[in-house]
Design a protein around this ligand. Structure first.
Ligand SMILES: Cc1ncc(COP(=O)(O)O)c(C=O)c1O
Length: 465
């Protein structure tokens, strides 16, 4: 509604740029992005600065002052890009690097400019079909057959949350049942799992961290022993969480054995494949992750295994009806959106209005095909094997042979305290900044998994390609 004779304040139109204004803004952003990408080889992977904002800058603050795009980009370069971790750098080898492929960024731009409402099939059947196609692809990749469903999330933590909420809902764990229900996991399980349990109201559930073997994989015999002991005590074994690539060392649990145990004791079997799941794109990954197809729920992080920019996770549930039962609500104002027999993302997740995040994954897959991603993952595994050999030759200890692409290692010298020595190595590398590696804490007395946090700790350094 534009009426030049009206008394509407002029500011109402200020957010709507003309074509020539848009061109200027876009070119500035594009030029800046190009300069950034071209300068990557010269940029540090990490800017070590303990007080990056010691000189707090009022430019961060929002008030009624206006800035030019040039001012904004200059500030962005200085205060955002020149501080902390640079995940787009080839030198970022710590934690689990994201990468951030360019075609995905372009897809985000397109998604935002066109702003389709991807939460409801009624509102944007094309966007939802695109997201459904990705869920279908990811589910089949995991070995699911038919009847499965899922949701594209903002990351692995929310994917874990949706999976565990579905498990709780399906198994009817509520009220007094919570106190006698048991979750089985290991000290290698990601902390987002505990967060999820807390958020879904299972903070008081019994959590058993099962003993690990020397490769940081769950000991299936100890698991069975614990389940028997719990049943004898009148407890209710409820949920089994397996790792398909743990964060510390990339450990893959014996998923076939876990699936058998879950079936026998009627446990919900959840597999956290946030980091490792996409290795199903390659043969070695398929061998390692065998059994994942039997999980009741699986999570994946395309912003890890598919190198997308941050903000992409996937939850898959073997039976879509269980996912829908845990998340579907209706409301009077939603009646037009209801279509018999058609699920929308809003029926399968906590979100209603949501980012059209499917496009950032669909577009690169369409442009380059899945083989391109398999090739990259294959290369990462080869690099990890190469690195672990090189590290051994340098006299470092490799904590265990890498299952996937994470290599955890440490330096041990007789005359030095191991923790202090490895802290020094880490500080040196981080201050230098050309590459970034991260540290973790691993129990070197692997037989005491349950007391993991109470024992002597050794700082380990992990590299992930
Ligand atoms: C194994 C595992 N699960 C879950 C998560 C949580 O994923 P996100 O950081 O995407 O929320 C991570 C993150 O590093 C992870 O490594």
């Amino acid at each position: 509604m534009t009426d030049n004779n009206s008394n509407f304040p002029k500011a109402s139109f200020e957010l709507e740029e003309t074509a020539s204004e848009r061109k200027v803004l876009f070119e500035k952003i594009n030029d800046f992005s190009e300069q950034f990408l071209e300068s990557l080889p010269n940029r540090k992977a990490f800017q070590y600065n303990t007080h990056p904002f010691a000189n707090a800058d009022s430019f961060f603050e929002i008030d009624n002052n206006k800035a030019t795009m040039d001012n904004i980009l200059e500030f962005f370069e200085e205060r955002v890009l020149n501080t902390g971790l640079n995940p787009t750098s080839g030198g970022h080898l710590g934690y689990i690097p994201g990468g951030g492929i360019y075609s995905s960024a372009l897809a985000d731009y397109l998604a935002a400019v066109t702003n389709r409402y991807a939460g409801e099939f009624y509102a944007s059947p094309g966007a939802v079909r695109m997201e459904d196609a990705l869920i279908d692809w990811a589910g089949k990749l995991m070995g699911y057959d038919q009847g499965f469903g899922g949701n594209l999330t903002s990351g692995g933590s929310i994917a874990n949350l949706i999976a565990l909420h579905t498990a709780k809902h399906h198994k009817g764990i509520q009220g007094a049942e919570i106190l006698r229900s048991v979750v089985y996991c290991t000290a290698q399980s990601h902390h987002s799992v505990y967060k999820a349990l807390k958020i879904v109201g299972l903070e008081d559930i019994i959590v058993r961290k099962i003993q690990l073997d020397t490769h940081f994989r769950i000991c299936v015999d100890s698991l069975k022993g614990q389940i028997h002991a719990d049943r004898r005590e009148g407890l209710r074994p409820f949920l089994l969480i397996g790792n398909a690539g743990s964060t510390d060392v990339g450990a893959v649990d014996p998923l076939v054995d876990l699936a058998k145990v879950a079936r026998k004791y009627k446990l919900w079997f959840h597999v956290d494949g946030a980091y490792g799941g996409f290795f199903m794109l390659i043969e070695r990954g398929k061998e390692k992750l065998k059994g994942i197809e039997q999980a009741d729920s699986v999570i994946l992080d395309p912003h890890k295994g598919m190198f997308l920019p941050y903000g992409s996770g996937i939850v898959l549930i073997k039976d879509i009806k269980q996912l829908a039962a845990a998340h579907t609500y209706t409301a009077n104002y939603m009646r037009d959106a209801h279509i018999d027999g058609q699920y929308s993302p809003s029926n399968l997740s906590p979100e209603l209005s949501k980012h059209f995040r499917g496009l950032r994954m669909w577009l690169p897959l369409k442009l380059y095909g899945e083989q391109a991603f398999s090739d990259y993952l294959n290369e990462k595994l080869q690099l990890a094997t190469y690195l672990s050999h090189q590290i051994l030759e340098l006299g470092y200890q490799v904590v265990c042979d890498p299952d996937l692409s994470i290599v955890a290692f440490r330096l041990e010298l007789d005359e030095y305290d191991s923790d202090e020595l490895n802290k020094k190595v880490l500080d040196y590398i981080q201050k230098d900044g050309r590459i970034f590696i991260s540290s973790t804490v691993l129990d070197n007395k692997l037989t005491h998994g349950l007391q993991y946090f109470l024992l002597e700790h050794i700082k380990n350094i992990s590299i992930c390609f």
